[in-house]
Design a protein around this ligand. Structure first.
Ligand SMILES: NC(=O)c1ccc[n+]([C@@H]2O[C@H](COP(=O)([O-])OP(=O)(O)OC[C@H]3O[C@@H](n4cnc5c(N)ncnc54)[C@H](O)[C@@H]3O)[C@@H](O)[C@H]2O)c1
Length: 351
């Protein structure tokens, strides 16, 4: 790995934000609020949006061209909130200019682009972090604790639903929403996805699905079914993890009762000699753990600052970002081929 020039002192990280559309304002607000960051300006090529920003944050520097940001030695890091198809160009330019980069999900459009960005970051000794916000969500981390403690037993399958009447995007619903489910699943299970199959319906434009149904198979045989839609009447953000010991339901819309742990299951005993199989059901308590409140985006930025300062690997790390892009790419390939399962080459150096 290349020589890292991490800042060792506690001076705030001078941070610019690129892109001020739907998500960028959340990044700007967080950077301004954080004591460990200093807001170093916005880069937005749309003049109207830049003006809207200036009205909100008077006096802050505004750039229309990323080259000016990259050339500015007073800027240490950039947070990228531009559309996925622009990530490779924007992020590679920033990394080559010596900036640390946090880029919104997905890391890139293709696995090849994602790998290239990882190599550019290494060659330049800079942090490259994809912004998988859900890894910093308190309910997701409660489920993670339960999985890690073995409370669920062996994970058999997961169902995940992410539906609402959402914003139509040219990259399609898979590229937009699947990274969230995939990031949570890879984080919880800590094992690679070996294949993905997908089906979808594109109502308005060919190749831009509004709804998609993905099935991901993990190395252990665990399976996940993911329903995605931005043409649905109600907001649903629900995941059910079924294990041999317990089951967990995570409902991201349920505020302080987001996680329910069910002591439920089925035991199946195969007789040693001839005789009937024995099937017994368990239907025990339902526990609702208390979960603290914290803004995931703030925890994500804290992790980014630590990575820049200490060289630590962020929880939402670039290899995870790569795996997610590879799974999205496999889903898109499956869509083009009638829903056949598409295998993913194992790449994980570390489990
Ligand atoms: N973590 C989350 O929960 C979350 C939520 C929403 C969006 N996102 C991600 O945020 C990113 C942005 O999504 P969005 O919905 O805000 O998009 P958007 O289209 O609303 O906004 C993108 C903005 O970037 C600007 N832009 C594009 N290229 C630029 C360039 N080269 N230089 C400067 N400005 C440029 C555009 O003018 C636009 O204002 C996407 O990667 C998306 O997946 C993440």
């Amino acid at each position: 790995m290349a020589h890292h020039m991490f800042t060792t002192d506690k001076t705030p990280l001078r941070t610019a934000v690129v892109g001020y559309g739907y998500w960028g304002p959340n990044l700007v607000r967080n950077v301004i609020e954080r004591p460990d960051m200093e807001f170093a300006g916005l880069c937005e090529m749309d003049a109207e949006r830049a003006a809207a920003f200036s009205a909100k944050v008077p006096g802050a520097p505004v750039y229309s061209d990323l080259a000016e940001v990259v050339a500015n030695p007073e800027i240490d890091a950039v947070l990228v909130a531009t559309p996925p198809r622009t990530h490779h160009a924007v992020v590679s330019q920033a990394l080559r200019g010596g900036k640390h980069v946090l880029v919104e999900k997905p890391l890139a459009k293709t696995a090849a682009e994602a790998r290239d960005l990882i190599e550019i970051a290494e060659a330049n000794g800079r942090v490259l972090m994809p912004g998988h916000t859900f890894l910093y969500s308190p309910p997701v981390n409660k489920v993670k604790q339960l999985v890690d403690a073995g409370a669920l037993g062996e994970i058999y399958f997961v169902t995940s639903s992410r539906l609402n009447l959402g914003k139509y995007q040219p990259d399609g619903v898979v590229c937009d929403l699947a990274p969230h489910d995939l990031s949570i699943l890879l984080y919880l299970l800590e094992e690679p996805i070996v294949s993905v199959s997908a089906s979808a319906r594109s109502v308005f434009q060919d190749g831009v699905p509004e709804a998609a149904f993905l099935t991901a198979t993990f190395a252990s045989g665990a399976m996940a079914n993911i329903q995605l839609s931005w043409l649905s009447p109600r907001k649903v953000r629900e995941m059910v993890v079924v294990g041999s010991q317990q089951m967990v339901q995570y409902d991201d819309t349920a505020n302080d009762e987001a996680v329910r742990v069910y002591d439920r299951g089925m035991d199946f005993k195969t007789p040693t000699n001839f005789g009937e199989h024995q099937l017994s059901y368990r239907s025990g308590d339902i526990i609702i753990p208390r979960i603290g409140a914290a803004e995931p985006l703030s925890l994500e930025l804290e992790d980014f600052v630590n990575a820049v300062r200490t060289g630590s690997r962020p929880r939402s790390h670039a290899e995870l970002g790569y795996e997610i892009v590879a799974a999205v790419e496999a889903a898109e390939e499956s869509l083009r081929n009638g829903g056949i399962p598409v295998s993913i080459e194992p790449v994980r150096a570390t489990a």
